[in-house]
Design a protein around this ligand. Sequence first.
Ligand code: PLP
Length: 393
Amino acid sequence: MKINRHYLSLEESYLFSEIAHRVSRYTQEHPEADVIRMGIGDVTLPLCEAAVKALHDAADDQAKKETFHGYGPEQGYDFVREAVRDYYASFGVAVDAADIFVGDGAKSDVGNILDLFDEDNTVLIPDPVYPVYRDTNLMAGRRIVYLDANRENGFLPMPNPEQKADIIYLCSPNNPTGAVYSRDQLTEWVRYANAQGAVLLFDAAYEAFVQDPALPRSIFEIEGARSCAIEFCSLSKTAGFTGMRCGYTVIPGSLTRGGASLRAMWLRRQTTKFNGASYPVQRAAAAVFSPEGLEGCRKNLAVYRENALLISNTLRDLGIWHVGGVNSPYIWMQCPNGMSSWDFFDLLLEKAHIVGTPGSGFGKNGEGFFRLTAFGSPEATREAMERLRALLA
Ligand code: PLP
């Protein structure tokens, strides 16, 4: 038998284990240090009340013969797909419920979508990047062309019409950089994808953080996207569902490649390999999109937004170049005094007891940059920013 040899060429996912190792070594040597963690991308606030009530009610449904639910539809219950459709409509995007697939989170769908595509495709991936895009393609042995995101382009790389591409990944608002594409920029990407006959995989996991109405929250706000784009979204950050596991993927019925409907292929893939997100989780997901649910999520998001703004304002006062933090929970800062990402990590840990994420862990263009996240408590974020001022002023 032959294994998938491409796994052997994957690099160890060293970033978060190395962070954990350095933090644990430091806290063992300095048990008195009050370490503030601003490196993780996980949320910290609980679910909104509407989602919790729906979970309880769904548990009760499962306790009675008359309301018990076994296997559900692989594409997701209609009550979630219709709620997602109405959510899109609330910011002016018309999406057909038939195009919406409910899953157990954006990470799975972003990885699994590759089942639809040949291995002999050229993939365009920004650097720095959410590592899932890169590693899932390396696992299949696909050719990757990296797009340079850097300070010069505001970490928003644009297409080069000469560059051939079959599969394109974009994430906006971006993880790790927090940068957000404008409508004009996404229009250029959609034109490029259509001209190439490529498929644009658009990760909108952080769309709920977009506040500026001029900035797109969905690729389907862009003309021409329905003939080239697939959108992935998640309730993880919108509604604190990281531990619940629910997301949705939108594949327009009009999107075809090689004479085949990608929506029909994905339905075939899901009905073969997936049995749906759990009934209680889907009930909770639908409740997130109810007026009470959206209000509860809005309150939580406001807390993270406040944190993000405080971080961004602190860096501005300190004269440190950064992106993100306004329409995004991530803040991507240049390390001061030309320091490397890991040197700055050590400095922050040792002198301010703050943990962040070295940008170099997201790709070569991340070297010299650093990611801070707004998912901590307001108190911890305030304290961390005071320490940062004291350290860098
Ligand atoms: N996409 C991006 C850009 C992310 O940062 C994350 C989570 O960190 C995900 C997708 C995964 O989302 P989910 O929790 O729905 O799997």
